[in-house]
Ligand binder design. Sequence first.
Ligand code: SAM
Length: 311
Amino acid sequence: MNVNGHTLSSLFRKLQVMGSLDILSATTWDSKAVAAYYTSMGQVYKRYHSRAGAMHLPIKLNDTERHQDKLLFQALTAAELIRENKYKTVVELGCGFGFNTLHLARLFPEVQFIGMDITDSNLKAAREQAGNLPNVHFKRFDFNEAVHPYKADLVFGVETFCYAANISHLLKNIAVSLNPGGRILIFDGYETKETLSEVLNPDQSKAYALLCGGFVLTKFQSLPTVYAAIQNLGLSLELDQDYTSAILPNYKVFQKGCLNVLRFPHVSKLMALLGIIPEAALLQVPSGLFGAYFFEQQWLTYRQLLVRKPE
Ligand SMILES: C[S@@+](CC[C@H](N)C(=O)[O-])C[C@H]1O[C@@H](n2cnc3c(N)ncnc32)[C@H](O)[C@@H]1O
């Protein structure tokens, strides 16, 4: 495995100097750590990814769209469903700064929207953005809880169900709170294999741990497991669209930026020590370095899933 001409061992050495490996080994993986990560990284996302507050990957289907338009792809997909099915209540789980929900709430003043997240600073920013919009509310909720406190026609999650403690339980709990015939829309990255760990050599496994660690994950959900959960729960998978090639261009840009940062690993370490950048940013570098490679190898895939609860 070679990342843009760099061997894995040379990248690991630089990541060691930068401090990423030490931070990774000291991190515990739970909801508290996820919320702490998004609290400290919020401003980094706003500064380098989307001023408007999107925390997800842009979907590039042609060369003419602007970054901002590509970030709207996921919300516009939800908009089509709301329009076609005349939905009245829509919930976004893991809403972040509310980028998707706020866009939809402005498009559909007659529809009620609830955005839910575990990170208080995200919810605070979302509420500030919402101002006096009457049809949107933001609530603190951990979707790993067994009881989901809403009734909805559509529940959607963009790059957030990767944090499910148990994806089958999560889908079941959402389905209980969906109205009959309601839908779940998911955009996320997945492992393509049942057990990815079996195909990776030790260096690749280390790169995967670093890639996941950058998002406070131990691993992505496995797609075959998600398919099985949908079937076992009696839900129907109406659409399964692969957008891996559409997220790769942005991931390659991220990779290039991270390779540049890694040219001066001492500088980044010092900036984190001085509080100029958050420590979590040092963890993000390996995600940028290895993410594109794992998608290119088809070990990871980025998909839109649309799931329906029976009438
Ligand atoms: C990559 S961000 C995506 C944010 C938003 N969906 C977007 O598209 O901009 C993931 C979000 O999931 C939230 N999250 C992670 N685990 C969660 C959980 N167990 N319950 C609720 N929200 C969670 C994080 O706080 C973060 O805001």
